[in-house]
Design a protein around this ligand. Structure first.
Ligand code: HEM
Length: 399
């Protein structure tokens, strides 16, 4: 008997841009997958996203994304060509291994203390003013300061580093203009040049910091080229900035919109960990991970054909009614929250620095709660983007 192939529905750009959570919810109820009008198949349900994160028929995108946008060389292209995030199999393992071990060393070190110090310094700068735009002046700066600390940057270089990272990250936004992409290319070149100089100075006198640890591991492994060393650091910077920024804005706005939960965190800092987890579930900083299908994939009779762009949507999966009670309710006391969930991806590419990301979010939250317990949300942000990194609109706080 011939097998019945079901018709996959298309989610229009208008409906997804109007409210992505609602659109995913509508389609998720009846279909495990949908096609996006802008291109690509999106996997909607928790069990499927979870399972397919480990499926070898879905591979990382290599250089397909910049090539599709007409970029075939240069500093941005190199990030895709030599980085771990876009690599598969042995190349991926080779590039990830030393970074992963060096990051593990950071987690048990002084990282949390240095994040708290940076957070307090930022707040000192505008405490008197009684107002701040959280996205640009706290959530955007804190992860870059954390990275600058990890890399051992001298204070006088931090502002230029911050500017270059912001410009480079523009490339990864869903609506990047050609002018922003040209700026991003120049910024990526500067960041790579800067890291090269930093590494050269490190190799001379090794000590016990993150970079020295990373270089010692690379030297011991002897299977990562000098270019790859620099590009993995660039990927650490890219992976560790916008994702944290969006998540930090989301957790602050979610908690302040539910005063009792904000109050609870102010009174008990130990709740920061579940507040961070629940906020990442409710409004993840990264909407999903992007893959290419190398074979037909059958999900209960609905087929993703080979050769397609596939989005494993954590944004949809983390609101799946099959997995969470009242998924559209933000509740830091929920009992069905799994500590390590799909907001950090899954399978071989699962976030290499989840512990650092969580530490930044928890310390960033606790410092805000300690210093500004009476703060109010003046402008509530909205979240834009339903494929990869999400952007937030203004989030103004007053106290
Ligand atoms: C809220 C914080 C964070 C979130 C939500 C997040 C999320 C993710 C996700 C979903 C992936 C998987 C991407 C994929 O499979 O295509 C990933 C990978 C990655 N993340 Fe994170 N991340 C966070 C923080 C960080 C931080 C702080 C760093 C670095 C300091 C970082 C560096 C990376 C890198 C380098 C990868 C690539 C791993 C690989 O390809 O093997 N992330 N992250």
């Amino acid at each position: 008997m011939e097998k019945l192939t079901r018709v996959v529905p298309t989610i229009s750009t208008v409906e997804i841009e109007e409210n992505a959570h609602d659109a995913f919810k509508r389609y998720r109820a009846s279909y495990p997958i949908a096609i996006l009008e802008t291109g690509g198949y999106v996997v909607l349900r928790h069990a499927d996203v979870s399972r397919l994160s480990e499926d070898p028929r879905l591979c990382a995108t290599g250089t397909a994304i910049p090539t599709h946008g007409g970029i075939t060389q240069g500093a941005l292209f190199d990030i895709f060509q030599h980085g771990m995030l876009t690599a598969n199999g042995h190349d991926h393992q080779r590039r990830r291994s030393a970074i992963s071990r060096a990051v593990a060393g950071e987690v048990i070190g002084e990282f949390r203390t240095s994040v708290r110090k940076a957070a307090n310094k930022l707040i000192d700068g505008y405490h008197q003013a009684g107002e701040v735009e959280l996205g640009s002046d706290y959530a955007g700066k804190l992860p870059i300061l954390a990275l600058a600390g990890m890399l051992g940057l001298p204070d006088f270089e931090v502002s230029a580093f911050m500017r270059d990272i912001d410009q480079m990250n523009e490339f990864f936004r869903p609506d990047a203009s050609p002018a922003a992409i040209a700026e991003a290319e120049l910024a990526a070149k500067r960041v790579q040049g800067f890291l090269k100089a930093l590494l050269a100075s490190k190799r001379k006198g090794q000590s016990g910091d993150f970079l020295s640890r990373y270089l010692a591991m690379v030297d011991a492994d002897q299977d990562v080229s000098d270019t790859e060393v620099i590009i993995q650091l660039v990927q650490l910077i890219i992976g560790g900035t916008e994702s944290v920024r969006a998540a930090m804005v989301a957790q602050t706005a979610n908690l302040l919109s539910s005063r009792a939960q904000w109050q609870a965190v102010c009174e008990n800092p130990a709740l920061a960990s579940s507040a961070v987890s629940e906020s990442l579930r409710f409004e993840p900083g990264i909407a999903g991970v992007v893959r290419l299908s190398t074979d037909d994939i059958d999900i209960d009779g609905w087929i993703i054909p080979a050769g397609q762009l596939v989005i494993l949507s954590s944004m949809s999966a983390l609101r799946d009614e099959r997995m969470f009670e009242q998924p559209d309710c933000f509740n830091i006391f929920r009992s069905d929250l799994v500590p390590s969930h799909l907001a950090f991806g899954g399978g071989a590419h699962k976030c290499v620095a989840e512990a650092l990301g969580r530490a930044e979010l928890e310390e960033g939250l606790n410092v805000l709660a300690e210093r500004l317990p009476d703060m109010m949300l003046k402008t509530r942000p909205t979240f834009i983007g339903h494929v990869f990194v999400r952007r937030t609109t203004e989030c103004r706080l007053t106290w």
